[in-house]
Design a protein around this ligand. Structure first.
Ligand SMILES: Nc1ncnc2c1ncn2[C@@H]1O[C@H](COP(=O)(O)OP(=O)(O)O)[C@@H](O)[C@H]1O
Ligand SMILES: [Mg+2]
Length: 360
């Protein structure tokens, strides 16, 4: 079999640009160069596609400085034309001559314009197989409102919530949620724009803050309990399997698992596996696979839960392209389940090739 050409696409227009670069540095380092030709493609913060250096260290954090896509590389476009099946160089003079068709894309992007089905739509048009969920599941999982509707219809427990659209008053049943509540952008990530509200007097400001990120906002009842995550990975036969779960414990001063607790310092402890009884772990794993199926996910997902104080398993959200640095929860949970980081990357590429594009 000839070597596969894998394009790792990273960066992008969302607020999670830097996290995506960190993930890409790790994936570039892990891809087996004996079997894959690797093409690193950065998308700048303003949406320009450029050829990036094949240098994982350029995408590592330098102290507190986070990496970003260097806009200086040769400009590229991915043609939405299946007869081209690849990348077209806008600036022919400076590009390496072998740049051309691509066998698989690893869309290592988080948030809007990457994890939300838009890039997946372009790849479908282009007929290029890609890692992870398709257009529908990506879009459904990105929108916390529609995601929760699909999860609820599948019989999974979710926290009660209401939707508030910009320029419209909060619905009358907001008060039924009680306090505290979490106010969040419908299509956000990394806890950006999220506020925990303990006092009704602070609700309007929290809604305004979330609306700065998204005209559609959720007010959600706070769940009193523990925060647990579980990976899902499709096996060689296309069957989704759950990982060992992990508990997230915020031990710093942060009021919840907010941006700071996620990325800065060591405010958070992770227990893999969580200190839970076998029955609860089995229920979490079962719910993770059910949530994956409820959204028609493919390839991989990280399903995030609360285990309520009364033992109930409540789904918080499904991430179709979870963080992928070696210290990210998804690879760590799989490492604890016996799947190393390079093997994980390899299985995802193989799964993308197996599925191909189009209806399947
Ligand atoms: N209903 C809730 N009850 C308790 N904590 C919540 C709730 N919703 C959000 N949180 C806290 O806020 C964090 C971020 O919320 P989440 O909905 O996962 O958004 P994001 O997509 O930005 O990660 C969660 O990890 C959790 O710590
Ligand atoms: Mg989350």
């Amino acid at each position: 079999m000839s070597r596969l050409r894998v394009a790792v696409v990273f960066g992008g227009r969302s607020s999670e640009h830097a996290i995506s670069c960190l993930s890409a540095g790790s994936v570039l380092a892990a891809l087996d160069r004996d079997r894959y030709d690797v093409l690193p493609i950065g998308i700048t913060a303003d949406g320009r596609w450029v050829l990036a250096p094949d240098d994982p260290t350029a995408l590592a954090a330098a102290g507190s400085e986070l990496p970003q896509v260097d806009p200086g590389g040769a400009a590229l476009v991915l043609a939405g034309d299946p007869t081209v099946k690849g990348l077209v160089v806008l600036d022919g003079a400076t590009s390496p001559p072998e740049l051309g068709s691509v066998d698989v894309v690893f869309p290592l992007l988080h948030g809007p314009y990457g994890e939300d089905g838009s890039l997946q739509g372009l790849l479908e048009l282009a007929g290029v197989p890609y890692v992870g969920s398709g257009v529908f599941a990506s879009a459904a999982a990105m929108d916390k409102h529609h995601m929760k509707q699909l999860l609820a219809v599948a019989g999974l427990e979710i926290p009660p919530y209401v939707v508030v659209r910009a320029g419209q008053p909060a619905p009358l049943d907001t008060a039924d949620l009680g306090l505290p509540v979490f106010v969040k952008p419908a299509r956000g990530g990394s806890s950006i724009g999220i506020t925990r509200v303990d006092d009704a007097a602070d609700l309007a400001a929290a809604i305004d803050e979330a609306h700065r990120h998204d005209p559609k906002v959720l007010i959600e009842q706070a769940v009193a309990g523990r925060e647990i995550e579980c990976g899902v990975l499709v096996d060689d036969d296309g069957v989704p399997r759950p990982s060992t779960p992990a508990e997230i414990r915020v031990t710093g001063p942060q009021p919840f698992y907010d941006f700071e607790a996620k990325y800065l310092g060591d405010a958070t402890m992770f227990d893999i596996p969580p200190n839970l009884d076998d029955d609860t772990i089995a229920r979490l794993q079962d719910c993770a696979v059910r949530a994956f199926r409820a959204l028609d996910c493919e390839g991989l997902a990280r399903v995030d839960f609360f285990v309520r104080d009364d033992g109930a398993v409540v789904v918080n959200e499904v991430n179709t392209m979870p963080g992928f640095t070696p210290s990210s929860m998804f690879p760590r949970m799989w490492a604890a389940s016996g799947v190393s980081y390079p093997e994980l990357v390899d299985r995802l590429v193989k799964d993308a090739v197996r599925r191909g594009t189009g209806l399947r």
